[in-house]
Design a protein around this ligand. Structure first.
Ligand code: NDP
Ligand code: GDR
Length: 372
């Protein structure tokens, strides 16, 4: 039975990748961080009691800042494949915690690679690094592909740049099977609540159900190439199944603005929205409401406003990927459209909002906190 070790297994991608590998018969090991309360919501459905015989899903306490811990886990598991998905992954937060971000995202990758090498696993273990379209930052070419020069624009992206190159360096220096997936933004109902897509679907669902009145956003003009996380984790696995390790861009090749994403989500909830004003004065105003999903919303309501606290010290204005190499070499293409993605995320958050309405009606407290 093949064994995989996933760092970041409690995150969006980690949870989908764990499901994917279990379906393919892998024994899946994951590293989770110690927290004062349970932090495994996204993978609780996969949990197997330690007393069960023939367990194929095993969690280990660990942290990318702790070399001896990583070495111990790698020694114990002896994985065929390591997927390094763990990261302080929020770009805006990386400006507030740049040193921690570098420690986890850059040095954490080095710690894992060096542990694999020192344990003599370098010929056995294949390594996937979660690289990012944020590497392109101030874009030098459109669309961006594997050969496009990098120009990182945040402490997060600079840390990921180190991780990208140390992965290439271990491949070239020690002949390790190590590769980078340069993934453009990918979303799902499991996306963290502080990333813009989920913030929008959750925020508008709360407003539709009367749990909140206004959603505050930052740069509405930012353009992103948004795919579905389920499509992208399959690619992570495919990259480790080739004869030679190589780096691949994964993207849809289609671009939308944050404003477009708001409009599409609102439409999914039966709300037609119009944007008025410019810059800090821009507002999203309700034009009409159809259907029964937004009983708390009325024409004229101002449900979107701009708040500069969500602006970044340096912004990545536009990203658009060219995944031709992945298509040609790996036969990969995204299977889900942006419309399907928005519909799935909006439906999931609407369902949650409806449950929260019931809880609130029965005197339980619910949180509609907006962050990120
Ligand atoms: P998430 O933020 O959802 O998940 C990050 C994971 O890393 C969580 O499991 C988190 O644990 C864990 N983690 C954070 N810090 C540490 C640490 N010090 N030690 C061990 N684990 C840690 O990210 P995604 O699933 O969206 O992304 C997966 C990876 O892909 C990340 O590296 C991200 O930077 C990268 N990426 C993501 C893209 C996207 O659009 N989603 C695009 C390109 C790259 P906890 O749950 O305890 O917080
Ligand atoms: P990003 O994702 O920075 O691309 O990083 P995020 O969803 O945070 O931002 C996308 C764009 O939307 C703009 N924006 C806002 N963003 C947030 N979070 N909150 C807001 O209120 C808001 N308003 C506008 C941002 O300025 C930005 O331009 C994600 C992460 O998953 C990274 O780990 C990953 O590497 C990249 O995608 C590819």
């Amino acid at each position: 039975m093949r064994k995989a070790l996933i760092t970041g297994i409690t995150g969006q991608d980690g949870s989908y990748l764990a499901e994917f590998l279990l379906e393919r018969g892998y024994e899946v090991h994951g590293i989770k961080r110690r927290a004062s309360s349970f932090n495994t919501d996204r993978i609780d459905h996969l949990y197997q009691d330690p007393h069960e015989a023939d367990r194929r899903f095993v969690l280990h306490y660990g942290d990318l800042t702790d070399s001896s811990n990583l070495t111990r886990i790698l020694k114990e598991v002896q994985p065929d494949e390591v997927y390094n998905l763990a990261a302080q992954s929020h770009v805006a937060v990386s400006f507030e915690s740049p040193e921690y971000t570098a420690d986890v995202d850059a040095l954490g990758t080095l710690r894992l690679l060096e542990a694999i090498r020192l344990l003599g696993l370098d010929k056995k273990t294949r390594f996937y690094q979660a690289s990012s379209s944020e590497l392109y930052g101030l874009v030098q070419e459109t669309p961006q592909k594997e050969t496009t020069p990098f120009y990182p624009r945040s402490p997060y992206a600079v840390a990921k740049l180190y991780a990208y190159w140390i992965t290439v360096n271990f491949r070239e220096s020690y002949g390790m099977y190590a590769c980078n997936g340069i993934l453009f933004n990918h979303e799902s109902p499991r996306r963290g609540e502080t990333f813009v897509t989920r913030k929008i679907t959750r925020g508008l669902a709360n407003i539709a159900q009367g749990l909140d009145t206004c959603l505050y956003l930052g740069n509405m003009n930012a353009l992103r190439d948004w795919g579905h996380a389920r499509d992208y984790v399959e690619m992570q696995w495919l990259m480790l199944q080739q004869e030679q390790p190589e780096d691949f861009v994964i993207a849809t090749g289609v671009q939308y603005s944050v404003r477009d994403f708001v409009r599409m989500t609102a439409a999914e909830l039966g709300i037609e929205i119009e944007f008025v004003g410019e810059g800090l004065q821009e507002k999203g105003v309700v034009v009409s409401v159809v259907g029964r999903d937004a009983p708390a919303v009325n024409p004229g309501d101002e449900i979107i406003r701009v708040d500069p606290r969500y602006f970044r010290p340096a912004e990545v204005d536009t990203l658009l990927g060219d995944a031709s190499k992945a298509k040609e070499r790996l036969g990969w293409a995204p299977t889900r459209s942006i419309e399907e993605l928005v519909a799935e995320m909006a439906a999931s958050d609407l369902d949650q909002a409806k449950r929260n309405v019931l809880l609130a009606k029965n005197g339980y407290s619910v949180t509609t906190r907006q962050e990120g």
